[in-house]
Design a protein around this ligand. Sequence first.
Ligand code: RNT
Ligand code: ZN
Length: 416
Amino acid sequence: MTLEQRYESAKELYKKIGVDTDAAIDKLKNISLSMHCWQGDDVKGFDQDGPLSGGIQTTGNYSGKARTPEELMADIDKALSLIPGKHRINLHASYAIFEDGEYVDRDKLEPKHFAKWVEFAKERGLGIDFNPTFFSHPKADNYTLTSSDEDIRKFWIEHGKACIRIAEYFANELDTHCLLNIWIPDGLKDVPADRLSPRQRYADSLDQILSIDYDKEKVLVSLESKVFGIGLESYTAGSAEFTMKYAASRGILSLMDNGHYHPTEMVSDKLPTMLLFDDKVALHVTRPVRWDSDHVVRLDDETKEIANEIVRNKATDRVLIGLDFFDASINRVAAWVIGMRNMQKALLGALLTPFEDLAKLQNEGNFTKLMVLQEELKLYPVGDVWNYFCKTNNVPVGEAWFNEIVEYEENVLSKR
Ligand code: RNT
Ligand code: ZN
C-alpha cells in the first residue's frame, strides 16, 4: 500500500467515529510551536563565557554544539527543515549578537543587538519569542529581581525593561506578537528566615519593569513559576502561587512549565482551569525525569494529555506552546526534531479524537463505554495520518528524517 492509500484507509476508519482527518491536518498545519534556541548550545548564549547558573543544568557532552550565531542558525535551519509546518523561534537575551567587538551588559541591550535574528526570522517567515536572561551572569550569582542589594536589583530591572523594548521590536518587524517570558532562579538552598521580603521585592521589580510603555497587543508578557532549582531546593520566590497571583492581578499571562510542579501534579489538569479564567496561557512543554531535568519531549502520556486539553477546550489559539528542554547527551539537532515532532504528534492525536462523544459518555455516566473507547482509540492509525501530513508538508516521513541528521553530523557537526 502506498502512503496515500494508507491515508485513505485511515480516513475511512476515522470517518466511522465522526472524525474528519482532512480537517485535523488543516488545523495541525496552523499550530505554530515556539522552538527554543537554547537546545542548540546547552543554554550557553553568546554574551558571556561563564558556566550555566540559576539552578538549571544540561548533562552530557555530545560533540558538535553550536558555538557561534552562524552555527546555531544553521542548526536551527536543519531542525526546522525536518519539522512539518510553520513555527516560531524562542530566544534568550543572552543570545545577543554583538558586531565589531562591541559589547554591552544586559541592562543596556538594544534592538540592534538582535538585528541578525530579525533578518534570520524574516527570511524564513518565523515569529520570535523572547526571554530576559536572569542567570549565567556575574550579577546573578545570588539573587536578581529579589535582591536586597538595590544596585543589583536595579541592574536586573533595567534588563527586564530592555527586553520588553526588544520584544516590541521583534513584534513590529515580524508582524506577529512576541511572547516575553520572565523566569528568575531566585531562591534558597536552605530553610528561609523570611519568605515574604524576597517576594515583595520581586513584585515591586516586576511592577517597575512593566511600568514602561509598550504595546500590550504585540508584546505578551508571561511569568513562569518554579518549585526548586539545583542548590535552591528549599525556597523559590517565584512559586506557582506567586506567579499566578501576580499575573492575574497585573493582567499578564502565566507560563506553566510541566517540569516545575511536584511530581504528581499535572499541567494537563491545570490547563482547563487557567483557560476558564485567562484569555491566554503559555506553556513550556518539557519532560521532567524524577526532577526538573529537561529531557527531550517524548510522545508520553502527559504530553498527549496536555495536547488533549488544548484541543478539546478549543484553545489552540489561546495556548502559546513553547518547548523547553536541553539535552547535551544526544545529537542536539535531533533532540529538537524529536521534541517538536512529538508535540505535533500529540496534537494530531488530540485532533483525531471525538471528544464531544467522549464527553457525552462522561456526562451520561457511561464510564464503561468511555473507557472502552479511550483505550481502543489508542490503536487507531494516527501514524498513517501523521505520515501523510509530513509528506504533504514536504518533510521526511517516519524515521527517514534521521538520515539527514546523520549526514549533517558527518559533514557539519563533527567538524566543529
Ligand atoms: C528554568 C526554566 C526556564 C529555562 C529557560 C532557559 O527552569 O524552565 O524556562 O529553562 O528560560
Ligand atoms: Zn521553562
